[in-house]
Ligand binder design. Structure first.
Ligand SMILES: CC(C)(COP(=O)(O)OP(=O)(O)OC[C@H]1O[C@@H](n2cnc3c(N)ncnc32)[C@H](O)[C@@H]1OP(=O)(O)O)[C@@H](O)C(=O)NCCC(=O)NCCS
Length: 133
């Protein structure tokens, strides 16, 4: 919760305690945590019957630990874990104004696919991201 609060505001999709508790208990969610909660990533393995994919639910790095490769390491571990599960693609969404995160995802091989109008509230669109594993 403390990391979430340091990294997100309500308009950024800040998780509430109840949502976090659900994700921690869910057998469909996997968490990757760096050090003493310098950063964390939450992944969901989703499927539509035939296809399975990993969905990046949340990625947050404490402002005091940014630009040291923590997010890249968390995502690298996530890709490896998903591949071990036999999952062949990862999806995510990002706010169109979050240029730092967009650059990070682009560096790591995510493709920006579709725009999602009003995804983060009226007037704030999201971008759908896709990365083959
Ligand atoms: C986005 C975020 C996860 C990056 O974490 P990080 O540990 O600092 O990232 P890393 O050090 O692993 O990678 C840095 C890379 O990200 C990109 N990047 C990160 N912040 C940036 C910024 N402000 N401007 C431009 N590029 C940025 C660059 O590609 C950079 O690579 P470079 O150092 O080779 O230029 C972190 O800033 C954060 O938690 N932000 C708030 C929450 C958020 O936006 N989460 C992602 C959307 S869900």
């Amino acid at each position: 919760m403390a990391l979430e609060a340091r990294c997100f505001s309500a308009g950024d999709g800040l998780f509430h305690r109840r949502q976090l508790r659900y994700q921690l208990a869910s057998p469909h969610c996997a968490w990757f945590v760096a050090g003493q909660f310098e950063g964390a990533a939450c992944l969901l393995v989703a499927s539509n019957g035939r296809k399975r994919w990993g969905r990046l639910y949340s990625l947050a790095v404490d402002p005091a630990h940014r630009n040291k490769g923590v997010a890249k390491r968390l995502l690298g571990a996530s890709f490896a874990w998903l591949r071990e599960q036999g999952v062949q693609a990862m999806r995510a969404e990002v706010k169109n104004t979050n240029l730092g995160a967009r650059r990070l995802y682009a560096d790591l091989g995510f493709e920006e696919h579709e725009e999602l109008p009003d995804y983060y509230g009226p007037g704030t669109s999201g971008i759908k991201l896709y990365r083959p594993l």
